[in-house]
Design a protein around this ligand. Structure first.
Ligand SMILES: Cc1cc2nc3c(=O)[nH]c(=O)nc-3n(C[C@H](O)[C@H](O)[C@H](O)COP(=O)(O)OP(=O)(O)OC[C@H]3O[C@@H](n4cnc5c(N)ncnc54)[C@H](O)[C@@H]3O)c2cc1C
Length: 524
């Protein structure tokens, strides 16, 4: 079956929904989401959206903080675009119906987070992402130009390759015509044709064993673009959030927002020492990569799998008012923030790299756009400043919508020649356990050898081991009926490979990429 829309949006987080709302003014939109609309990383965001609103904050200060966190390898033009256009996009969100907390004078109550020189993070209690997601979902559900396909999985992008042309990475004229979509409930694959396709599939936290990302965030969009021979960059810059609640039985790892440290909580080791001060003058509020490495080093010294967060000095009213979710979650597993030290450990959290885009969210493939965590705009450089990612998603979803406002139908000859998905010769795979074993193996390899601290030897080991699983999985994929688990495994392997290869190619330790064999440069 083939269906056609003016716009195909893959992903229902902040980037996908914000783009869909903008382009629905110009044509018919399909939003495809592999789970329910709200199963996104966006829903999990706690801290908020960074945006310059009031004195004494300024664009210059926000730009400067972003570049310092990114170790100077940010694209400065992109940083300026995001910081200066950000406040208008936040206003758009508010106009859509998103609520942010205000203070007693009616001004937005701004938080200060790690690496920020001013208070500039808009928030809604400690569940900002949930509130943004709610408002966006309400808006798309009431929009007659938007069709929603929940529990539909994008498998592959359609390009000239599907017209039997040779598509190589050096080709500059690759075009995208849509995607093959798997209806998970009906177990059917259909073809969605579209003249504009937005990839908004989020990051790839589940490449690692411990992650704060929901389980459905497996780097699918990045892997699809890479397989379609598009350009992907900066994959070595994976941010590990320093403070996820240590509770190894539960996935995803529960994040303890930096805002708690902003409010006064301090990281302590087993000897009750404020150890972060040994690593950076900002102590527990140093940039995330430094705090994560400090924790990694303390854990290696103590042999424990966690350090502690001490929030006992924060007033109970403040804890209850600003951090109700965290307070309740800790209490649920037996820790009272006001009385107990909370065990925390780093977890894969955010991908700075991804599908390379220009200042309008355009990828190297014609008619294909990317925004949000799947995209690499150049904003973050070697490390992301906290709460800059929701802002980045808004700014580039908006810019991409602007440049994709003119819709042109796909050539009728091309349309006719695009084949439907070919699953001839495939059978139902009875050995699902092989897939879950391989997944676990890949996550273990990535966590052991390509985590916070890397070395040339570890990276080579990871590559050699991954290669074996890659070959096995591709063979299995060719003969198996499509399932979400085998598609996700393929994508995780592709993305893992990109992280390793780009980590090997980066011959300096910088920001989130720390290799013990290389000199460290450009630290903030
Ligand atoms: C715990 C946590 C807290 C955070 N807090 C903050 C914060 O305070 N401030 C901030 O700026 N950032 C924060 N971040 C980061 C931020 O939330 C994310 O970068 C951002 O929400 C990503 O949005 P997105 O639209 O790109 O992707 P997501 O919100 O992850 O959405 C991805 C969508 O793509 C869909 N999808 C994926 N693959 C497929 C496929 N193959 N087919 C169909 N659909 C697919 C998913 O189902 C989902 O709908 C946080 C992240 C985490 C994990």
């Amino acid at each position: 079956m083939k269906i056609e829309f003016d716009y195909l949006v893959i992903g229902s987080g902040i980037a996908g929904l914000f783009y869909a709302i903008q382009v629905s003014k110009f044509g018919k939109v399909a939003i495809v989401s592999k789970s329910s609309l709200d199963q996104t990383t966006t829903s999990k965001a706690q801290g908020g959206v960074a945006s310059v609103l009031y004195n004494p904050d300024s664009y210059e200060k926000h730009i400067n903080d972003t570049v310092i966190a990114g170790c100077g390898i940010n694209d400065e033009k992109i940083v300026e675009i995001v910081v200066t256009e950000g406040p208008d996009r936040v206003l758009d969100l508010i106009n859509i119906g998103t609520k942010f907390d205000k203070d007693q004078f009616g001004q937005y109550d701004l938080n200060k987070e790690g690496g920020h020189s001013e208070k500039r993070v808009l928030h809604y209690k400690d569940k900002t992402g949930e509130e943004i997601q709610r408002a966006l979902i309400d808006e798309v559900k009431s929009n007659p130009n938007i069709s929603i396909f929940e529990n539909h999985f994008a498998i592959e992008l359609i390009t000239q390759h599907h017209l039997n042309e040779k598509v190589t990475r050096s080709r500059k004229d690759i075009e995208c015509y849509g995607a093959y979509i798997f209806d998970i409930e009906k177990e059917k694959i259909f073809t969605v044709l579209s003249s504009k396709i937005m990839i908004a599939t989020g990051g790839c936290g589940n490449v690692y064993l411990h992650t704060t990302n929901p389980p459905n965030i497996t780097g699918d969009g990045i892997a699809m673009v890479y397989r379609a021979k598009g350009v992907v960059e900066n994959m070595e810059f994976v941010q590990f959030h320093p403070t996820s609640l240590y509770n190894p039985e539960v996935k995803p790892s529960f994040l303890i927002t930096e805002a708690l440290r902003g409010a006064g909580a301090i990281l302590k080791n087993q000897k009750n020492e404020d150890f972060c001060l040994k690593h950076h003058k900002q102590g527990s509020l140093a940039p995330r990569d430094i705090v994560a490495r400090a924790i990694d080093s303390e854990m290696k010294l103590s042999g424990e799998n966690y350090v502690f967060l001490d929030a006992r000095n924060i007033e109970k009213d403040i804890l209850m008012e600003h951090f109700p979710t965290i307070y309740a979650k800790c209490l649920e597993i037996g820790y009272d923030l006001k009385k107990d030290l909370i065990p925390v450990t780093p977890a894969a959290h955010y991908l700075c790299g991804g599908i390379k885009t220009n200042e309008n969210g355009e990828t190297s493939i014609k008619n294909l756009y990317a925004a949000g965590e799947s995209a690499s705009t150049g904003l973050h450089g070697a490390n992301r400043l906290a709460s800059n990612s929701l802002l980045e998603a808004l700014v580039f979803a908006h810019r991409a919508a602007k440049v994709s406002s003119t819709i042109s139908s796909i050539d009728s000859q091309i349309k006719a020649n695009i084949p439907n998905w070919n699953d001839e010769g495939t059978i139902k795979n009875e050995e699902l356990v092989l897939i879950s074993h391989s997944l676990r193996e890949v996550q273990q390899i990535m966590s052991n050898y390509v985590g916070i601290v890397r070395s040339d030897l570890r990276l080579q080991r990871a590559l050699d081991r991954l290669h074996i699983i890659y070959k096995e999985t591709e063979e299995l994929f060719k003969v198996s009926n499509v399932t979400v688990s085998i598609c996700e495994l393929r994508n995780i392997i592709n993305v893992g490979y990109l992280i390793i290869r780009m980590a090997m190619e980066r011959r300096q330790s910088v920001g989130l990429h720390y290799n013990t064999d290389l000199l460290e440069t450009m630290q903030p």
